[in-house]
Design a protein around this ligand. Structure first.
Ligand SMILES: Cc1cc2nc3c(=O)[nH]c(=O)nc-3n(C[C@H](O)[C@H](O)[C@H](O)COP(=O)(O)OP(=O)(O)OC[C@H]3O[C@@H](n4cnc5c(N)ncnc54)[C@H](O)[C@@H]3O)c2cc1C
Length: 374
């Protein structure tokens, strides 16, 4: 049997793409090398645009459980800035296996053939080679994550960014102490706290530098003291499950489509997790991919990929700059603390809920002045 589209990788973005493609009337097979339940290193914060994209794909966010998110806080030493999402916008902290199960159920119900425990092994003249034999398809989609093999097979890999960043995520059993994602800034390390249930909090630590072996649990313990307020908060909290790590980030693609091969999600080029936009962006790409392939026009996907990621990439670059320059970061946190409305507008800009013009020249100038003055 031949399909319109073969997708390598059944993570959240591969499944979202399968769902969107089926809804656009194409036949789809997905090969995923692991078997459910699928977990992964992830902060598990779905930003408002990610939730809206899920709903547009027909996955009811209310059925996912998890913990509602009202905004993002930045903490640097004793300084703290609280940003609320714009009025009417909410995010969601949700465990990955839960999100994955909901997407898999929706994709299967829409008609996608999901083959778990089957690995993509290479490109062929008429589709994909897999560990379970050939899979014929007109289009091949690489949704195989950060270290995408499809990206390499299609000649689309580009040397990674020289700055090496990594992440490790741990769950702790503790009642969430707020309804925002907390980003704790430390020296060469950021902690990213997301409530994901009534008694469960996810903590992702991101850092610059080397990956010291595969002892991730050791990695978490080594890094946490760099964030003393967070370390104090977690001191008595029991660890819930194994730590999961990822990296180095900064993997890039030369292009997101070549011939009949297209890349989505992390496979199409990695956005640093610091701004929590990876899933939202991946879901937007999945929908754009379906529109383009239904029209038989991959060039449309290239354009949409460039356009849709622009804001998130720009704001993530600014956040990474702040991460690398402690003095700028401290002033930014102080400036945002002094103007929570500006923080809200920046969050609205990041998630696409507000236009660039909503920032306002006056508040921007005041922010720039605070950044410039020691
Ligand atoms: C520490 C950390 C924190 C993060 N926090 C957030 C956050 O709070 N919010 C957010 O939105 N994003 C966050 N992200 C980013 C987010 O996790 C990713 O953007 C998202 O998982 C991308 O989904 P994906 O489907 O493209 O890739 P993945 O989730 O990596 O899925 C790829 C799938 O492909 C499969 N696969 C790989 N190779 C093959 C093969 N050869 N054959 C078949 N299957 C294969 C893998 O098993 C995997 O299931 C975070 C990332 C990290 C590392």
């Amino acid at each position: 049997m031949s399909f319109d589209v073969a997708i390598a990788g059944g993570g959240p973005v591969g499944l979202a793409a399968a769902l969107a493609l089926c809804r656009a009337g194409l036949s789809v097979a997905v090969v995923e090398r692991r078997r459910p339940p699928l977990d992964k290193a992830c902060g598990e914060g779905l930003m408002p645009d990610g939730l809206a994209a899920l709903a547009a794909l027909g996955v009811d966010p209310a059925a996912l459980g998890g913990a509602p998110l009202a905004g993002i806080s930045w903490l640097d030493g004793a300084r703290r800035a609280d940003g609320a999402f714009p009025a009417g916008c909410r995010g969601l902290g949700v465990r990955r296996p839960r999100l994955h199960a909901a997407l898999a159920e929706a994709a299967a119900a829409a008609g996608a053939e999901l083959r778990f425990g089957v690995a993509a092994a290479g490109l062929t003249a008429d589709g994909l080679a897999t560990s379970a034999g050939p899979l014929a398809a007109r289009w091949v989609v690489g949704a195989d994550g950060l270290h995408s093999a499809v990206r390499v097979w299609a000649g689309l890999a580009r040397p990674p960014l020289p700055r090496r960043r990594f992440g490790v995520r741990r769950h702790v059993r503790i009642p969430p102490w707020g309804d925002r994602v907390e980003v704790h800034w430390g020296e060469g390390c950021e902690g990213y706290v997301t409530p994901v249930g009534p008694e469960l909090v996810g903590v992702a630590l991101l850092w610059n530098g080397a990956w010291r072996g595969s002892r991730l649990a050791g990695g978490f313990e080594r890094l946490l003291p760099r964030l003393p307020a967070l370390a104090a908060r977690l001191r008595e909290a029991p660890v819930a499950g194994p730590d999961r790590g990822a990296g180095p980030f900064g993997q890039r693609a030369r292009a997101v489509a070549r011939g009949r091969v297209l890349l989505v999600g992390d496979a199409a080029g990695y956005l640093d997790p610091l701004t929590g936009e990876g899933l939202a962006l991946g879901f937007a790409q999945a929908r754009a991919l379906a529109t383009a392939l239904a029209a038989g026009d991959p060039a449309r996907y290239r354009a949409a990929h460039r356009r849709d990621g622009r804001r998130a990439r720009a704001i993530t670059r600014l956040a990474l700059f702040a991460s690398a320059h402690p003095a700028v970061r401290r002033r930014a946190v102080a400036a945002l603390a002094a103007d929570p409305a500006l923080f809200t507008r920046l969050l609205g800009l990041l998630t696409g809920d507000l236009p660039v013009g909503a920032l306002g020249l006056g508040p921007l100038l005041a922010f720039a002045r605070r950044l410039a003055l020691p």
